[in-house]
Ligand binder design. Sequence first.
Ligand code: HPA
Length: 254
Amino acid sequence: MSLDLISAARPDTAIILGSGLGSVAGALGVEAEVPFAEVPGLGASTVPGHAGRLVLCRLTGRAVLVAQGRRHLYEGLSAYEAAAGIRFMHGLGVRRVVLTNAAGAINAGFEVGGLMLITDHLNLQGTSPLLGGPHFHDMSEVYSRSWRERFQQAASGLGLKLHEGVYAALLGPQYETPAEIRMLRTLGADAVGMSTVPEAIQARALGMEVAGLSMLTNWAAGLKPQTLDHREVVAVGRQASQDLARLLKTALAS
Ligand code: HPA
């Protein structure tokens, strides 16, 4: 029933919310919601901190489809399966998508609890949602430059610091070693996570406009005297998700 409501609303914009960021949907005004398990081809997320729901929100009159949680390669899925939500959204008429995630900060100029606008990515997951075809899509501007400008304008209007940088995606599910983080820094990564890249590649291959936002929930391994814990990642994500909600509301309202 709600799935019919969602498709009847014909959303052209979607947001995928990462670990601990699910509450952002509530701040956007929920009209209808459906568990992933009831959406053909999606299936429930197995990760704590991911509700696994599709939510229809309304932002200044515009229907926005919000995925609370996502599916990851480390759950044992192929990249094609992990990007199923994007193909589903495209089928509904969605043509632009904001991909959010929780990430470890590598760039020393960042701070925990801050936000990073993704300018580009390093696909270090060893796979692609496009395996088997279609082939050879251009990836020279995965994260839309004009949309990035819009997010920066929205952030400065809100007095919010929005870092920019390169997101490196690893397979997981374990966190990185300090040696891996040193390698990623050498490769030009500013933040590290385990998601987003399969969806970004799939969305670009379908001709969708993509933006990416990382919530910097922790320092990457070895950068500070600490150990990493998913519960802390989710807790920091929850605390800082108000900033993310304000940013999304402002940037998508125009
Ligand atoms: N590494 C990988 N994924 C993550 C991290 C991290 O430090 N923090 C949140 N997601």
